[in-house]
Write a protein that binds this ligand. Structure first.
Ligand SMILES: *Cc1c(COP(=O)(O)O)cnc(C)c1O
Length: 432
């Protein structure tokens, strides 16, 4: 009998790391089973501790838009390594990366680099509160903006009473200014602005929610948030940690600006792709807002490894490569082939299935039509999804291990990879 090294490692991991993982979704709690322990990756592929190969549709949850181990990125990181790991002092590469980000996202005139999306989101909220001198924060059920205390709030409790925290260890006082509303619900939004007149610091949203699989904000909803923020002096925070540089070079905001001419959020939060797989995130806004930040202004924010020289080298090279003409159009087309192919197999098998995608981000649902909010997403047939997931994993196609997570395609995914995944899906649908 062959030894299952994944199972051995999971057992060992659980002795020393809570749940055996350093971020909960990796534990496969939603789908059951043993998570593969990844030994290495190259291009579109992962290999686990048993040597089994997978086509990777997670891409480290977004950063690996060029695939793993892209040669130019590896070279840039290797060169940077030799010059030192971290200085805690300013570097030219931070300036170059900031300039590159600002060129691509015109709504940002200044940017601050940090080390994780959580940190960027938390800092953006503090900045919005400091800038407006107000406390209330509106967020939407099913959107994830990192695990800052103020964001860990149970849905459905927002408008009626004070929010209740969704995590132990978060005092009620810390979430009492967080209002959780339904995504794409304009009436609730208007009600909240009326109820908390003069108290709302910011509305924070994922423009395309990738943390409830893949749900687009409608243009009408987006526009109404913009109008209400303007009318009430609140800031609109666009969390593009997942969508930034992935759905389009200009982020999701460039897509919404096509439908809503002149549209811009006030603060943008970025992460994932901007580090190319290294710990790197950022938040930015117009100059007048960013100048409230320490050391210029009264809003404190800092970080020992912020703007880290290795991470900036990785991010800068990644941005350079994805800025090549046609990159996102090709990625969008490739992702579209995958979605259309899997959907055709589901249709042939008579399984309710719908898909959406933008750039290298995709979502599929075991539902007859695309959902527009979290409750609708969660109506998906969970046992059916889990069977699909494990069927695909067993055949070497690694999708996100939960039905409320998005999927990711990189520029390293070839037609042959996509075709083999569609063929595997055909086999798996027969077993459902
Ligand atoms: C991943 C993610 C975050 C958190 O980023 P971390 O780097 O995991 O802290 C925040 N917002 C969105 C939209 C994300 O997808």
């Amino acid at each position: 009998m062959t030894i299952d090294k994944n199972a051995q490692l999971f057992e060992r991991a659980r002795q020393v790391i809570p749940g055996g993982v350093n971020s909960p979704v990796r534990a496969f709690n939603a789908v059951g089973g043993t998570p593969p322990f990844i030994a290495r990756a190259q291009g579109a592929y992962l290999w686990d501790a048993n040597g089994k190969q997978y086509v990777d549709y997670i891409g480290s949850w977004g950063p690996m838009i060029l695939g793993h181990g892209q040669a130019d990125v590896v070279q840039a990181v290797q060169a940077a390594l030799l010059d030192g790991f971290s200085f805690g002092a300013p570097t030219e590469r931070e300036v170059a990366l900031s300039e590159a980000i600002l060129r691509l996202i015109p709504s940002m005139e200044m940017v601050r680099l940090v080390s994780s999306g959580t940190e960027a989101g938390m800092s953006a909220i503090r900045l919005a509160r400091g800038y407006t001198g107000r406390n209330k924060l509106i967020k939407f059920n099913g959107c994830y903006h990192g695990h800052a205390d103020a964001l860990l709030v149970k849905a459905g409790s927002g408008l009626a009473t004070f929010g209740a925290s969704s995590s132990a260890g978060v005092p009620a006082e810390v979430v009492q200014d967080t209002v959780v509303l339904e995504y794409n619900d304009i009436a609730q939004l208007e009600e909240a602005f009326a109820k908390y007149e003069g108290q709302i610091a910011c509305v924070m949203m994922e423009p395309i929610a990738g943390n409830m699989n893949f749900v687009r904000a409608t243009p009408e909803f987006t526009l109404r948030i913009r109008q209400l923020c303007d009318a009430h002096g609140a800031l609109m925070i666009y969390d593009e940690v997942m969508t930034g540089f992935r759905v389009a070079l200009g982020g999701a905001q460039s897509i919404y600006a096509q439908q809503l001419p002149g549209f811009q959020p006030d603060i943008t939060v970025m992460g994932k792709v901007i580090g190319g797989g290294m710990p790197m995130a950022a938040f930015g806004a117009r100059r007048e807002i960013m100048e409230k930040l320490s050391p210029l202004g009264p809003v404190y924010q800092a970080g020992t490894l912020s703007g880290n020289p290795i991470a900036t080298a990785c991010g800068l090279k990644t941005l350079e490569l994805i800025s090549q003409p046609g990159f996102h159009e090709r990625l969008h087309a490739q992702t579209g082939k995958l979605m259309a192919g899997i959907k055709a197999e589901a249709d042939a098998a008579g399984i309710p299935f719908c898909v959406d995608h933008q750039g290298g981000l995709f979502g599929f649902f075991l539902l007859p039509e695309l959902p527009s909010n979290y409750d609708a997403v969660m109506k998906s047939d969970k046992p059916l999804f889990n069977k699909f997931f494990h069927g695909m994993l067993a055949r070497g196609h690694y999708f996100a291990p939960a039905l409320y997570e998005a999927g990711f395609v990189s520029s390293a995914h070839t037609d042959a990879d996509i075709t083999s995944t569609i063929e595997a899906a055909r086999e798996v649908f027969k077993t459902l």
